[in-house]
Design a protein. Structure first.
Ligand code: SF4
Ligand code: SF4
Length: 329
């Protein structure tokens, strides 16, 4: 039976952030449009979440949601009014000052925010001085307390403090301390990197790649239909699982979308991914549009999927390949 009933929905307020991290599944960064959800759209998105019989919790995210703090604050109030359990995800790039950081967290807590998740990884540290991450953690602990402060991932706290915390740490600095295999283990397996977004391209050299044929038996049925974690973005896209750049449909018409899926009526590319995974998508793209597999292979099934999708976006107009900004730059 179809689920499409996630237990955690991220609402992407904007795709812009300060980071541009190499592992980012949504291709976010400073190059993305500064466009953000309007308050009305955010209210609609939060209301759509309540249509599920067992409303999931919501995380307000990006990109960097603190780039639009008034929107974040108002969204928190709306979520609280609707009885939605709500937390916020941040890269801490904006945490330049201890008092201002605490002030913003306190305002969110007063508005009804229940938890804060602070990103902590060598990928973030490559763009954001770790001192800001540490500042955000101190302020969050003081405001929300340890039970409601999530450090993702706390196992990297020591790693990001191994170098000068006042500056970003390029990943190349780790290469002086670890051999290639150890670094691959630390980054890919230690963090649990998925190969979608820009990860397969930017970090794929750290792990063995596999040819197209190695993915012949992969399927994405669980990610498409039973994902416990999904996203709504500012353009109306329902993004399944962690599949940046892929839209199941429009959350403005969520009941119709769920009904279509229950009737097993899927958008064409989604149908292929459910049945045959990215290998099936690659075969279709080869036969119909002339896609050529990467000779060096792929870092994982999501790398293959993104590579084929990037090709298809240039070859035709596919409603599932949204938002457009994912495929630009
Ligand atoms: S992981 Fe977060 S901070 Fe990094 S590019 Fe993506 S949204 Fe931005
Ligand atoms: S292969 Fe594509 S559809 Fe499947 S989980 Fe990865 S990004 Fe999503």
């Amino acid at each position: 039976m179809l689920s499409l009933y996630p237990d955690d929905v991220g609402i992407i307020l904007t795709y812009r952030c300060h980071g541009g991290c190499k592992h980012c599944l949504y291709n976010c960064g400073p190059h993305r449009s500064n466009e953000a959800m309007s308050i009305e759209t955010l209210r609609d998105a939060l209301t759509a979440v309540t249509l599920w019989p067992q409303p999931p919790k919501v995380h307000l995210t990006g990109g960097e949601p603190f780039l639009h703090f008034d929107l974040l604050l108002e969204g928190t109030r709306i979520a609280a009014d609707l009885g939605i359990t709500c937390y916020v995800e941040t890269s801490a790039a904006w945490c330049l000052d201890e008092a201002a950081t605490t002030e913003r967290f306190a305002a969110l807590q007063d508005a009804g925010m229940q938890m804060v998740l602070i990103s902590c990884s060598p990928f973030h540290a490559e763009r954001i001085p770790p001192i800001r991450t540490l500042r955000a953690i101190r302020a969050a602990l003081a405001t929300f307390g340890p039970q409601r402060t999530i450090i993702y991932q706390s196992s990297f706290l020591d790693v990001i403090q191994a170098f000068d915390v006042t500056r970003p740490t390029p990943l190349s600095q780790y290469e002086e301390h670890f051999d290639a295999e150890e670094l691959g283990q630390l980054l890919w397996h230690g963090y649990g990197v998925l190969s979608g977004g820009r990860a397969g391209y930017a970090l794929g050299h750290l792990i063995p790649k596999r040819p197209l044929a190695a993915f012949a038996r992969t399927s994405c049925l669980s990610e498409m239909l039973y994902a416990p974690h999904s996203h709504f973005d500012l353009y109306g896209n329902v993004i399944p699982s962690f599949c940046g750049g892929l839209a199941l449909g429009d959350w403005h018409t969520l009941p119709e979308l769920i009904a279509d899926f229950q009737a097993e009526q899927y958008p064409p590319l989604i149908d292929i991914l459910i049945e045959h995974g990215p290998h099936g998508l690659a075969l279709m793209a080869q036969e119909m549009y002339g896609y050529q597999p990467l000779p060096e292979g792929y870092a994982g099934k999501c790398h293959l999927c993104v590579d084929v999708r990037r090709y298809l976006v240039a070859a035709g107009d596919f409603e599932a390949l949204r938002p457009q900004g994912f495929y630009e730059g």
